[in-house]
Design a protein around this ligand. Sequence first.
Ligand SMILES: NC(=O)c1ccc[n+]([C@@H]2O[C@H](COP(=O)([O-])OP(=O)(O)OC[C@H]3O[C@@H](n4cnc5c(N)ncnc54)[C@H](OP(=O)(O)O)[C@@H]3O)[C@@H](O)[C@H]2O)c1
Length: 245
Amino acid sequence: MTGYEGKRVVITGGTSGIGLATAKALIAGGARVLVTGRTPTSLENARAALGPGAIVESSDAVSDIDSLVDRAAAEFDAVDLLVLNAGGTVSSTVDETSEAEYDKLFELNTKAPFFTLQKFVPLMPVGSAVVLTTSVSNTKGIATTSVYSATKAALRSMTRTFARELIDRGIRVNAVSPGPIDTGILERTMSAEAARQFLDQIKATNPMQRFGEPDEVAKAIIFLGFDATYTTGTELLVDGGASDL
Ligand SMILES: NC(=O)c1ccc[n+]([C@@H]2O[C@H](COP(=O)([O-])OP(=O)(O)OC[C@H]3O[C@@H](n4cnc5c(N)ncnc54)[C@H](OP(=O)(O)O)[C@@H]3O)[C@@H](O)[C@H]2O)c1
């Protein structure tokens, strides 16, 4: 991939999975990329995977927004693409979900991207773009995902309003909505048995009979971020056809 020489990109949650794949592809295309994560292991993995050209910042998506904006401003002056990708999940039924779990997930998946976008906008020039990572679950009723799906539905809704409010500043805002992507997120957030059952069920029911790869979502993020210049407020599904077929 080429054609992103000198573009300045910030990716929250860019130290593994979808965010890391996006960073790799953009660096290969000549972009300057700053990625964030929290855990020492994922930060180290990202440094090794992305090489010395990348800025790998230890930054909590919820509590370190101001220092992230300062770092990006110091490194880049301006930001051409902001990818709001950091996110997590809880897997629990409505009976099992605690108020603390509910609040924590809304903080990470919805409140944090809202205020990160708000604080980055002053750094974003005409012609820049934002991509938010939602999920195909934002329109589905999948058992044990009520809180997660609601956080992503809120983000999908905000994508439209952000796009409308920022259109006069020349900033496009779109969402990418992955279906099941093989990043290990399920194994990290569910019991091994629950993850295995979920994985088997998805393979059996997905129209393409497989999981997506992080690279396949990265291509959609980069398309929305740089190439889809007549596109704003929309959502690109990357789900093997599961939502439509
Ligand atoms: N994989 C899927 O099937 C799928 C489907 C639909 C939507 N999504 C969405 O896609 C996005 C990326 O998911 P993924 O599967 O690539 O997950 P992943 O491999 O677990 O990556 C998540 C990234 O977010 C970072 N992160 C998590 N909590 C953070 C926090 N509080 N502060 C800063 N960084 C934080 C992680 O860093 P640390 O490891 O250091 O915490 C990591 O870099 C998420 O928003 C997820 O909801 C994924």
